[in-house]
Design a protein around this ligand. Structure first.
Ligand SMILES: [Zn+2]
Length: 409
């Protein structure tokens, strides 16, 4: 299992699949199809004869059941693209064998140091795969792809292992928030699925933020500053007042765990008009709705204070906490947890402070918790993945497939 997952990972990591948020096509970059084509070839070579890439660049394949009773259909999903934040061209993975806990010179004057990233010390004695200091590594999420591919290969090489129908899905454009958009849940045909898109070993995630975007439009009145007394309304200062009126402690830099926030991401303004763009996040649905109400009430309060409608807010929901879709089928988390324990991995269940493709898929009718793929420091030159974490992920997938055969359809 071991050599295979590493070889696969290196092969996939070397293919540039960076996505592009400014593109309007799907996939956002046609180079993602290079990896999609390779994966289809490899899946077919393993005997998954229906493997294909669709017109939007999604790869889907089926490992048929080898038992004669009906059990649920389980899916495994990873994304093929890498983040637009850093170069994915000429990725040149480096091996650090038997890591001794010291600084790792990456090249290009970059260093991967436990003084910056203390969790490195948890991997002393292990083989790590790092970047060469010039690109990201793409363990997010090619580690996940390599792990799924290795697990499928293992199952096809071990026909004595009983399994039901297993579906494989590789998506483009996760990093630009579009990975689930054109995912054909019906064609995929799974009862539930798992994304292999988490970080450190043991991660098992089924709670994420509820998310909304807030745009605050401020309308001022520009008058010559020399004669502005009691006349001018400065949209910039009003925008600042709006922001000050929101709760100071509910900002990203002051929150963690289950604490939600208002995050001011962009503020453009002149005396005439200003626009503030926020994101609102909270795991708790009630608190999420309260935050949206507060955004409106803050505008109402200032409009009343100034005696005219000078602030107009627009709110748009973006995604929701998958927990409400997972809770009714909580056993899918339980069997994943058991799969980890059986592989000697301690499950770590923390709420995601963001969203996943799985949260969108869960609301599209495919409950999809997230499992670790093993990497760290995503989206930059300090990205790395410990080889044993990848091997354990393969084992967890195989265990999960076994656990599904104990469920009733
Ligand atoms: Zn990812």
């Amino acid at each position: 299992m071991m050599k295979n997952v590493v070889d696969k990972f290196i092969r996939y990591a070397k293919i540039d699949t960076r996505s592009d948020e400014d593109s309007t096509t799907t996939p956002s970059t046609s180079k993602q199809r290079n990896l999609a084509r390779l994966l289809v070839e490899e899946l077919q070579a393993m005997g998954l004869s229906d493997a294909q890439v669709d017109e939007n660049g999604y790869v889907m394949a089926t490992l048929p059941s080898n038992i004669d009773r009906e059990v649920p259909v389980v899916g495994f999903i990873s994304h093929m693209d890498t983040a637009p934040d850093a170069s994915g061209e000429n990725v040149n993975p480096q091996f650090v064998e038997n890591y001794d806990g010291s600084d790792i010179p990456l090249g290009n004057h970059a260093v991967l140091s436990p003084s910056d990233f203390p969790e490195l010390l948890e991997y002393v004695g292990q083989t790590l795969i790092t970047t060469d200091g010039t690109t990201l590594l793409g363990a997010d999420d090619k580690a996940g792809i390599a792990e799924i591919m290795s697990a499928i290969e293992y199952l096809t090489n071990h026909p004595e292992i009983e399994h039901g129908t297993v579906k494989i899905g590789f998506t483009p454009d996760e990093e630009i928030g579009r990975g689930a958009d054109k995912f054909d849940v019906k064609r995929f045909g799974a009862d539930f699925a798992y994304t292999l898109d988490g970080g450190r070993i043991g991660e098992l995630e089924y709670e994420n933020f509820n998310a909304a975007g807030l745009t605050v439009n401020v309308f001022g009145r520009n008058v010559h500053p020399g004669t502005a007394k009691n006349q001018m309304i400065n949209a910039i200062t009003l925008g600042m007042e709006y922001d000050r009126t929101l709760p100071h402690d509910q900002r990203p830099e002051h929150t963690e765990g289950y604490e939600g926030f208002f995050h001011l991401m962009d503020f453009q303004g002149t005396v005439d008009s200003a626009t503030l763009r926020y994101i609102i996040r909270d795991h708790d649905k009630v608190k999420f709705e309260q935050k949206k109400m507060l955004a409106k009430h803050t505008a109402d309060y200032l409009n009343e204070k100034y005696g005219k409608e000078i602030i107009v807010v627009e709110l748009a929901d973006q995604y929701f906490n998958m927990k409400e879709k997972i809770e009714p089928v909580k056993y899918i988390v339980d069997i994943a947890e058991q799969a980890m324990v059986d592989a000697g991995v301690e499950p770590v269940k923390n709420p995601i402070r963001g969203g996943t493709d799985g949260s969108k898929l869960s609301f599209m009718g495919l409950p999809t918790p997230n499992i670790f793929a093993g990497g760290h420091n995503f989206h930059g030159i300090h990205e790395y993945v410990p080889v044993p974490s990848m091997e354990k992920a393969v084992e967890v997938i195989v265990n999960l497939v076994k656990n599904v055969t104990r469920l009733e359809k």
